[in-house]
Design a protein around this ligand. Structure first.
Ligand code: ATR
Length: 278
């Protein structure tokens, strides 16, 4: 390995990313002489950036909006999760080939495993709000754990188109019919951007949920979204989105720097301090 391996996050814009905080903390923790840099790359410059990676001493990195789909065509290989979801967020070299993979699925599942142990024990159906890129990763993870998935999306046609990509186990509902799949759902997951800082809150009526249902949000800024606050007040178990961000970073760091890091309470506190609570 290089004496000072460099990793990155590329996006456009990229200033908002908290990934440098996470990887910077792990580099310090392991006393590694590496770096993790934020690099703004415009879509038209992405191919050139990828071509120059090796020469610049990069061992890999993360890829964020708007490059998550395009990056797959620039890599020599794509992992199963990225292929299934149609988006990659992590690049690394393997036997000299540039690989593109998706760690959002493992991040989503690891967060629930840590924060709500046993959450998948009884299976059943899960309601997923939203039908964008984030929904794809969440649905993939839920299917892996044996759930049937009910998508409810504001624009019904988009939810239907996504459900139609799966041979079975995924149905689509309109926003107004949300009550129908929700009454028996074991969990409800928000994958929309509603409730995010600066966005309107999600307008769903949680009275339709079974009282044992777990409510998860993949939004992590604020840490406590209006959805999580309402669900907590109604007595539901809740899981926020920050843990997904932390856990999705683990496989990338391990591939670039050769050691597997942990999501510790110290790491969580460090990133929490950089995100609004409400
Ligand atoms: P991402 O890749 O982060 O999932 P995206 O592809 O832009 O982003 O998808 C955003 C999702 O959030 C969509 O499902 C969107 O619903 P539409 O398909 O109807 O646009 C959903 N969304 C965004 N704002 C919303 C809001 N205020 N209420 C409900 N859904 C919202």
């Amino acid at each position: 390995m290089n004496a000072c391996p460099r990793a990155f996050i590329v996006g456009h814009p990229v200033a908002q990313s908290r990934s440098p905080l996470i990887h910077g903390q792990w580099l310090r923790e392991f006393g590694l002489a590496g770096s993790y840099e934020k690099i703004a790359v415009r879509p038209e410059d992405l191919a050139g950036f990828v071509r120059g990676m090796r020469e610049a001493g990069f061992v890999g990195g993360n890829v964020t909006v708007p490059h998550k789909a395009e990056i797959m065509a620039l890599a020599d290989g794509v992992d199963d999760a990225a292929r299934a979801i149609g988006a990659a967020n992590t690049l690394w070299f393997e036997d000299g080939r540039l690989m593109a993979g998706n760690t959002d699925v493992t991040g989503f599942l690891a967060n629930l495993d840590e924060e709500a142990p046993g959450w998948d024990r009884r299976g059943g159906n899960a309601v997923v709000l939203g039908a964008g890129g984030a929904a794809r990763a969440v649905i993939h993870g839920l299917l892996q754990r044996g759930f049937a998935v009910d998508i409810a999306n504001r624009t019904r046609g988009r939810g239907e188109a996504l459900a139609a990509e799966y041979p079975s186990g995924v149905r689509a509902w309109s926003w107004d019919d949300l009550a129908q799949p929700s009454g028996a759902a074991a969990l409800l997951v928000n994958t929309t951007s509603a409730g995010m800082e600066g966005q309107p809150p999600l307008g769903v009526d949680l009275r339709v949920l079974h009282r044992d249902a777990l409510v998860a949000d993949i939004v992590y800024s604020p840490l406590e979204t209006p959805l999580l606050r309402d669900a907590g007040a109604r007595g539901h178990r809740t899981v926020g989105g920050l843990g997904m961000l932390l856990h999705q970073a683990v496989p990338g760091f391990e591939r670039w720097f050769g050691v597997r890091p942990s999501v510790t309470p110290q790491l969580r506190s460090l990133v929490e301090a950089d995100v609004p609570r409400r």
